[in-house]
Design a protein around this ligand. Sequence first.
Ligand code: NAP
Ligand code: HSE
Length: 455
Amino acid sequence: MSPSETADSSASSTGRPATERRRPRGGNPIRVGLLGCGVVGGGVLSLLEKNSAQLAQRVGVPIVVSKILVRDLAKPRAPQAAGIALTTNADELLNDPEIDVFVEVMGGLEPSGQLIEDALRRGRCVVTANKALLAARGTALLELAAHHQVDLAFEAAVGGGIPIIRTLRDAAASDEVFALAGILNGTSNYILTQMSEAGVSFEGALSEAQAKGFAEADPSLDIGGFDAAQKLLVLAMLAFGAKPPADLNALLVEGISALSPIDIEAASKLGYSVKHLVVGRDHGSAVELRAHPALVRQSSVWANVSGAQNAVKLEGRALGPLFISGRGAGDMPTAVSVVADLIEVGRSLVAGVPGMVTGARPIQARSLMPRSEFELRYYLRFEVSDRLGVLARIASALADHGVSLSQVSQSEGQGERARIILVTHRAKEGAVRAALQSLAPLLPESPVLLRIEEL
Ligand code: NAP
Ligand code: HSE
């Protein structure tokens, strides 16, 4: 859907949206249509019930969930859902004139995307936790919301309970944010923590993360790095005004599923922890966007972000560095962010004015920095035949491509094999990969390359 389509399809002959923004109705409650009632939806119901009096005080009127959309009526629900109309028919919510705000906590691209569009076109505000949808269609949805003068709020989409969207949208609005980094996937961070600190297997730790409600319905989004990459795109949209590319694979996306305990242990001996990171930097002519596992110094704050915790660092020209961390997944932290949005949207409804703006910068398509241009330090592990001169040939191939080494270690592997671990000085990734390519005939198996992040 293009911006012009969104505008044209619903504009009247006066140029104003055909559907007027819903007006507040005296002292009546804000009525919510809840789209989805799983992990996050259950948390939202629980918070709304537990803190109803304080929420009513903040908004000026009570917030009430009037209908809930689910897929399976027979599934057990959070106890707070008892007494609220439950349906599998989305039209029952969309056509309900009493509903002021839709809270979308279903996930996936469809039918959630269509439901959000329908709600915005009908002049209803929307709160969503759906980073997959925002990464795919965020720009168009924001334009649609602006066109209909309604709010589209998505604090819960990035960082669970961490107020990072608000920070970018409001707190840093007068600044130019030029760099950001983060640990943004709670499931991956939980798995890496359990593997490195408690000796739990990858599969065991993933099952634990699923049982705790951290993982996506499709956990390959978490362990494949895609969930973190989607969140990076949402942040880059607000921070750098970078329109998310149509294909997520346009940026560098690597997950933790291929990580070997050998490298986690070797990194630890070198003084590093392995974390799944996202990194974004606005270079002016291009934006650098990447999501991948990386080595961080054990002495850095990043190494202490453990379990399902998330962390984000922003760097603004005026503000300097800002680091924020907290619980990044799970029902209650995520619900706190959803309800924070509901409070803001509710207050704007009561005041009768749209409350939301996006980032400080207009959103437009930006060029992505090619991977070959990334300039970092690298950890390289080679499993080689234990023969005279192999280490020298590897070092010389790297030197031929202008890659210098800061650390070298060799140990005996199994049988006739030896293990060589190298740490490079800063180098262009293209040069490192070209050196590894030239070594391919010498190596019985592909070397392991991990990036080292000095954040
Ligand atoms: P979940 O537990 O799987 O819940 C999804 C809910 O949506 C379920 O109630 C499901 O109904 C309903 N649903 C899904 N597809 C539907 C359809 N086609 N029609 C009607 N109902 C449908 O997921 P979740 O963990 O709460 O996550 C929800 C959203 O929040 C996702 O976008 C996720 O990325 C995001 N999020 C999650 C977390 C977290 O820690 N879990 C944190 C931040 C953001 P049934 O119950 O009947 O199956
Ligand atoms: N699956 C996500 C995670 C949920 O593990 O971080 C929070 O967005």
